[in-house]
Design a protein around this ligand. Structure first.
Ligand SMILES: Nc1nc2c(c(=O)[nH]1)N[C@H]1C(S)=C(S)[C@@H](COP(=O)(O)O)O[C@H]1N2
Ligand SMILES: [Mo]
Length: 322
């Protein structure tokens, strides 16, 4: 069996269908190895085209009970500055990004460095659907059913050495495909980092899909992080490099404005951004009056994941290490 289940029952058809790009039957049959003699490693697609349904996804028991945002909200209101700084830019322009073939370079303090294809990366891992709360530093939030597997399960395979105290991630930065790269709003390539124990934490998700389907490009296809207790900017998109290091790595937002964005970036209603409060948030979505009237709600410590992650930070002054 491959990654895709193309049988969609009429009862499952939702507005997100407009985003679904069907591939020709022959191409997918080849990719799945159903047409002998044609399916070479280099030709076979590991992941289906953007929007295709992922199969063999199990439900993670820790999911939130809250009603998710709509697929449309989550795929049309985005931050992906490589495609522009307006919320609608990524959904307009990210289709220009080519996500197949894709590979990830693994470098630094580990015994298995190298270049890994997307297939190498995904093959051994079982996919889970996890409904998480996601909180941007701009004080909006959303509820999203992401699909992926724990990042730590992947990192272990590269055998980080005892010197690996942190792990850094880099996004694709190709001016041919990404119109926003022309503007020096951030230091490109977009980069982020985690302390090793944060990266290995079972809540940290290497994400390939949402709403049961492959990630739309604007949400960071084919591979992104979701770190649910941290502000959204830690959840780096379209990852092309993973680097293990002994010292705290550079991160794009910290480089751009160090007094506003620290390395940790844990969601914390008690530590305000220098220019606005972080005590409350607004759920994205809805339109017109309903959006205007939607009440602000309190932001939760560690975005509601304190029980799971607070112990990672015992003894750390969260006002200093914001
Ligand atoms: N490469 C890259 N990753 C990125 C960003 C970006 O501009 N470039 N924006 C970040 C920010 S600020 C947020 S809030 C989330 C948004 O994810 P979403 O568009 O899937 O909601 O992606 C994060 N990852
Ligand atoms: Mo964000």
């Amino acid at each position: 069996m491959g990654w895709v289940d193309k049988r969609i029952k009429p009862s499952e058809i939702t507005p997100e269908e407009v985003f679904v790009r069907r591939r020709e039957i022959v191409k997918s049959a080849v990719a799945l190895g159903l047409i002998p003699g044609l399916a070479s490693e280099s030709f076979a697609a590991v992941l289906p085209a953007e929007g295709d349904r992922l199969e063999n996804v199990s439900r993670w028991p820790g999911s939130l009970d809250e009603e998710p945002n709509s697929f449309e909200d989550v795929s049309t209101f985005n931050n992906f500055y490589e495609f522009g700084t307006r919320k609608e830019d990524p959904s307009r322009y990210a289709h220009r990004m080519k996500t197949d073939p894709w590979s990830v370079k693994v470098t630094g303090e580990c015994s298995k460095p190298g270049t890994y294809t997307l297939e190498d990366i995904l093959k051994p891992h079982a996919l889970e659907e996890r409904v998480y709360r996601f909180r941007c530093v701009e004080a909006w939030s959303m509820i999203v059913p992401w699909v992926g597997f724990p990042l730590g399960d992947l990192l272990k395979r590269f055998e980080p050495t005892s010197n690996a105290k942190y792990v850094q991630f880099f996004s694709l930065a190709d001016p041919q495909q990404m119109p926003g790269i022309r503007y020096p709003v951030l230091k490109w390539p977009y980069r982020e980092g985690l302390r090793m124990d944060e990266a290995m934490h079972p809540l940290t998700l290497l994400t390939v899909g949402m709403y049961g389907r492959v990630l739309p490009n604007q949400n960071g296809a084919p591979l992104r992080l979701i770190v649910p207790w941290k502000y959204g900017f830690k959840s780096i998109k379209s990852i092309v490099r993973i680097h293990f290091t002994e010292t705290q790595p550079e991160t794009s937002w910290n480089m751009a404005a160090p007094h506003e964005y620290g390395f940790y970036s844990n969601v914390n209603p008690n530590v305000d951004h220098p220019r606005w409060s972080q005590a409350t948030e607004r759920r994205i979505g809805g339109s017109g009056l309903s959006a205007l009237l939607s009440p602000r709600q309190p932001t939760l410590m560690f975005n509601g994941y304190a029980e799971e992650v607070a112990s990672l930070y015992t003894g750390l002054d969260l006002r200093k290490y914001y």
